[in-house]
Design a protein around this ligand. Structure first.
Ligand code: FAD
Ligand code: EPU
Length: 340
C-alpha cells in the first residue's frame, strides 16, 4: 500500500475533469483498506472512496484521502438447484461480473450489461437499466466504517434501495467503504423484457427471449446511444428522471403531447428528463469545452475543458430552462465533489 500526496484525479474520473486530492491510495484487500482508514484518522483527513469515477463530478480539489477500491474476487457463499449466492469484492468491474455470471449460467444481471464502474459503487445509487435495478439481486452489503475501521453488514432491506437511491446517499453517506456485495442469482434463465426499447429490439431482430439475446440487445442498444467515456468523457445520465404525482404528469401530457410518462408502482409517474432537455433545444449544444451529447440529451460531455465548474454552469442553465418550461428542477445524478 502506497499513499501518495497531492495527486491529480484526472485519470480517476470518466469526465476527465482536473482536480487534486490531498492524498490517494489504491487498496487491494480489507487489511490495506483498514490501514488506509487508520492513516486518514491519524492525519485527521476525511476519506472519499472511489471506484472507476464514472459517477462523479469533480468541481474542485478534494481535501481528503481518496481510496481507490481495487479489492478483487468472486466466491460462492451457498447454492442449491435453483440459485446461487455470490460474494463479489468491491473492486470487481461491474460489466465483467455480468459477463462472468452469464458464462456460468447465473442469470438476472443481463439487463445491467455495460454499465461502467465497480461492484462496490453499484449499491450507492442502486444502478439500473432496461427495466431492472440492482436491488432485485442484492442479499447483503459488506463494508468497513470509515471512523473505526470496523466491519459491518447490511441486509438488503436495510439498504433502503429506491430509484437511483439508497441509504448510502443519506444516513450512511460518507460513513462506510463498501468491501463486497452478496448477490442471489438464478440458475434458471430469466428474461425481463418489460422495457419497451428492449422488447422492440428483440422483436425487430426476431430474437428469442434468452439471457444471451437480452445481454446482446442491451449491449447493442447502449452502444448506439451512449458515448464511450474512453473517447468522449462523460458520466452517463447527468440528471435523474423526475418522479412526480400522476395528476401533474397527466397535466404535462396535455400541454406537451408526446412527453414520455411511465406509471410507477406507487401510483406516481416517471418523466424522461432526456425528452424534456431535448424539447428545450439543448441536444448537441456545445460551449466552453463542454456540451450536451448529440445522440442523447441526458448525457453531458467534456469536449476538452478541465473544469467541473464550467460543466456545472451548463447543467445549471439546463436546469433553469427545463424548470421554466415544465415547472420541475432536474436533480443532478452523479455525486458532485469540491463545489462551494
Ligand atoms: P464512482 O464514480 O467511483 O463513485 C460513485 C460514488 O460512489 C461516489 O460518491 C463514491 O464515493 C461512491 N463509492 C464508490 N465506490 C465505493 C465504495 N466501495 N464504498 C463506498 N462508496 C463508494 N448508472 C446506472 O445506474 N445505469 C446506467 O445505465 C448507467 N450508465 C452509464 C453509462 C455511462 C457511459 C457512464 C459513464 C455512467 C453510467 N452510469 C449508469 C453511472 C455509473 O456507471 C454508476 O453509477 C456506477 O455504479 C459508478 O461506479 P464507479 O465505480 O465508477 O463509482
Ligand atoms: N429521448 C429523447 N431525446 C434524447 C434521448 C432520449 O427524447 O436525446 C427520449 C427517448 O426517446 C425515450 C426517453 O427519452 O422516450 C428515455 O430515453 P432512454 O430510453 O434512453 O432512457 P433514459 O430515461 O434517458 C435511463 C437511465 C439510463 C439507462 C436507460 C436505460 C436515468 C437517469 N437514466 O435513461 O441510465 O441506461 O434509462 O434503461 O434513469 C445512467 O444512469 O447514467 C444511465 C445511462
Amino acid at each position: 500500500m502506497h499513499i501518495e500526496r497531492d495527486v491529480s484525479l484526472k485519470p480517476f474520473n470518466t469526465l476527465a475533469l482536473e482536480a487534486r486530492a490531498s492524498a490517494l491510495v489504491a487498496v487491494r484487500n480489507d487489511d490495506e483498506l483498514a490501514q488506509a482508514l487508520a492513516w486518514a484518522r491519524g492525519q485527521d483527513m476525511p476519506v472519499v472512496p472511489l471506484g472507476q469515477g464514472s459517477n462523479v463530478v469533480l468541481a474542485g480539489d478534494i481535501e481528503a484521502l481518496v481510496v481507490i477500491q481495487q479489492e478483487r474476487g468472486i466466491s460462492i457463499v451457498d447454492e442449491d438447484d435453483s440459485s446461487v449466492r455470490l460474494r463479489v469484492c468491491a473492486g470487481e468491474n461491474w460489466h465483467q461480473l455480468v459477463c462472468w455470471a452469464l458464462a456460468q449460467g447465473y442469470h438476472g444481471l443481463e439487463n445491467l450489461a455495460l454499465i461502467p464502474g465497480t461492484v462496490g459503487a453499484a449499491p450507492i445509487q442502486n444502478i439500473g437499466a432496461y427495466g431492472v435495478e440492482l436491488d432485485r439481486f442484492v442479499v447483503a452489503v459488506h463494508a468497513l466504517t470509515i471512523a473505526e475501521g470496523e466491519p459491518v453488514t447490511l441486509a438488503r432491506a436495510a439498504c433502503e434501495f429506491a430509484y437511483r437511491d439508497s441509504i448510502f446517499k443519506h444516513q450512511l453517506k460518507d460513513i462506510l467503504v463498501i468491501t463486497a456485495v452478496d448477490f442471489r442469482l438464478s440458475k434458471q434463465p430469466v428474461a425481463d423484457t418489460s422495457y419497451p426499447a428492449l422488447a422492440n429490439y428483440l422483436s425487430e431482430h426476431a430474437l428469442e427471449q434468452t439471457p444471451q439475446a437480452i445481454f446482446d440487445a442491451v449491449v447493442a442498444l447502449r452502444s448506439s446511444r451512449l458515448p464511450d467515456p474512453a473517447t468522449t468523457p462523460n458520466a452517463g445520465s447527468f440528471f435523474k428522471n423526475p418522479i412526480i404525482a400522476y395528476e401533474r404528469s397527466a397535466y404535462l401530457g396535455t400541454r406537451f403531447p408526446g412527453i414520455p410518462r411511465y406509471p410507477q408502482a406507487d401510483g406516481r409517474a416517471k418523466l424522461a428528463a432526456a425528452w424534456m432537455i431535448d424539447h428545450c433545444g439543448w441536444k448537441g449544444v456545445s460551449r466552453a469545452g463542454v456540451g450536451v451529447h448529440p445522440a442523447h440529451a441526458l448525457v453531458l460531455v467534456n469536449q476538452g475543458s478541465d473544469s467541473g465548474a464550467v460543466l456545472l454552469a451548463l447543467a445549471g442553465d439546463i436546469q433553469k430552462s427545463v424548470a421554466e418550461t415544465f415547472g420541475y428542477v432536474l436533480e443532478i445524478e452523479p455525486r458532485v465533489y469540491g463545489a462551494d
